[in-house]
Design a protein around this ligand. Structure first.
Ligand code: AMP
Ligand code: ZN
Length: 459
């Protein structure tokens, strides 16, 4: 069974799967396109799901859409929000309504996830359509003495009423410094680390409540949606590493305070993606979208493979070179699978499949899984028909569309025609070293060249 690193327990733990596994992933804030860094986190959820499903475990997934309440970060970088909603601010900048803008980027996000073969979650609630759940949850927190109202219509979570705050990230209350100098602490708060569950406001994307008109805070949205769609105890809660604090600490405090028990069994975090050695973030101008990858002539699933080449708990530094290499591998594997499909059928190479599946179970050791697959690809003692069965079987988790070339007339991958022509010229001029090098390069791309008395042919 799958064992995975639990951030709160600080150790690898086995997922109990005697019944359906319920999994919540903090969804995108739909004020811009998701970049490939964001997508790494969602591929992690999909991978967990597929590994569990291979073990015949039913998975119920919820991934929300944040279309209100996520505030623009304070440029001081202290984790506090400003009072500007990301969706509303961007809508103003693009000259359209917040709802229109949010739907546009939600559609783009769903298209990206489909291109990466992410299975759609069972539940994909929009925050703006579940505000009644948030109001209910806030009322319960006030009633239970975990939240208080301020004269301006805000409601704050009283973090001192939740002594185990900080268990996920290690940011315990006594160690947390006030965000600003003492005299600047928000006078509406009882304690500097309290956060807003409800904020006063009017205009589009605001609602009436017993405390006045306004909108929910981002943290309370995820608590309300996860409790509603997955129940008061669920198995996995996922997000990128930056969500550990304060977002997930605050979610945990709200959900546990409302129910009186530990709601989430395991907290799982994916490490960040860097591009060309730099953090991928809009603020640094270092953003690569899936559409940029496609525009560069690469298969979107090359991105998925590039993610799998690294452990989810390690930072991954992506470059255009790694993406191109991943693209060549995906195309080569598809070509091989199509080739092997022509061979007599044979049972799966069970020992290889088991090794790969154990690597998946071992805290998602996908780099090891891919090394074993490459070993199988090269192993001449395994019949092509068996390789075919094994690759297809494992593609249920890899999800690289490895069967997509079966039965199709073979077409040369981009760049191969030029290499073939160069090889022909090399042979004409007797440059055998260059000819051999080009043959290897073509093999890398899935094009096999052989020499006949009539000249070179490829398959
Ligand atoms: P957002 O849409 O900004 O709320 O972020 C969506 C998800 O992407 C969250 O789980 C973040 O933790 C995650 N994320 C943000 N930046 C990166 C990055 N560079 N690499 C990996 N995940 C990221
Ligand atoms: Zn969340």
């Amino acid at each position: 069974m799958l064992r995975i690193y639990d951030t709160r327990a600080r150790q690898v733990e086995e997922i109990e799967a005697d019944r359906a596994v319920r999994m919540y992933t903090c969804g995108p804030t739909v004020y811009r396109h998701a970049h490939v860094g964001n997508l790494r986190t969602y591929v992690l959820s999909d991978l967990i799901r597929r590994v569990l499903e291979r073990r015949r475990v039913r998975v119920v997934a919820c991934r929300n859409i944040t279309d209100v309440g996520h505030l623009v970060e304070d440029p001081s970088g202290d984790g506090e929000g400003t009072d500007e909603d990301k969706v509303v601010a961007q809508a103003l900048a693009e000259g359209r309504s917040p709802r229109e803008l949010a739907r546009h980027y939600e559609d783009a996000f769903v298209a990206d996830t489909a291109a990466l073969n992410l299975r759609p979650p069972e539940h994909a609630p929009r925050a703006s359509e579940t505000v009644d759940l948030m109001i209910e949850l806030i009322a319960r927190l006030v009633e239970r003495g975990h939240a208080y109202t301020a004269p301006d219509g805000s409601v704050f979570f009283d973090v001192q009423s939740f002594p185990s705050y900080g268990e996920i990230s290690g940011n315990r209350l006594d160690a947390l410094r006030p965000a600003h100098r003492i005299e600047a602490v928000d006078p509406r708060k009882r304690f500097h680390a309290d956060w807003a569950l409800w904020k006063p406001g009017d205009g589009e994307l605001t609602w009436d409540t017993p405390w006045g008109r306004g909108f929910p805070g981002w943290h309370v949205e995820c608590s309300a949606m996860s409790l509603r769609f997955l129940g008061s105890r669920f198995d996995l809660h996922l997000g990128g590493i930056d969500l550990r604090f304060p977002h997930h600490e605050d979610e945990r405090a709200q959900s546990n305070a409302a129910t009186g028990h530990e709601v989430v069994r395991h907290w799982v975090h994916g490490e960040h993606l860097l591009f060309d050695g730099r953090k991928m973030a809009k603020s640094t101008g270092n953003v690569v979208l899936l559409s940029d990858v496609v525009a560069a002539g690469l298969d979107p699933l090359a991105v998925r493979l590039a993610f799998l080449e690294h452990r989810y708990r390690q930072q991954l530094n992506l470059t255009w070179d790694t993406l191109r290499a991943a693209d060549r591998t995906v195309r080569r594997w598809r070509a091989r699978v199509a080739e092997w499909s022509e061979s007599p059928s044979a049972p799966m190479a069970a020992a290889y499949a088991e090794r790969v599946e154990s690597a998946f179970d071992d805290d998602l050791d996908t780099p090891a899984a891919l090394r074993i697959l490459r070993e199988l690809e090269r192993d001449e003692t395994v019949a092509p028909g068996a390789k075919f069965e094994t690759f297809l079987h494992l593609d249920q988790v890899l999800a690289l569309d490895l069967s997509s070339e079966i039965g199709k007339p073979k077409v040369l991958p981009p760049g191969a025609a030029e290499l073939l022509a160069a090889r022909e010229r090399a042979r004409e001029s007797g440059d055998w070293a260059a000819s051999d090098r080009l043959r290897d390069e073509l093999a890398e791309m899935g094009v096999r060249v052989s020499d006949t008395p009539e000249g070179q042919i490829w398959a």
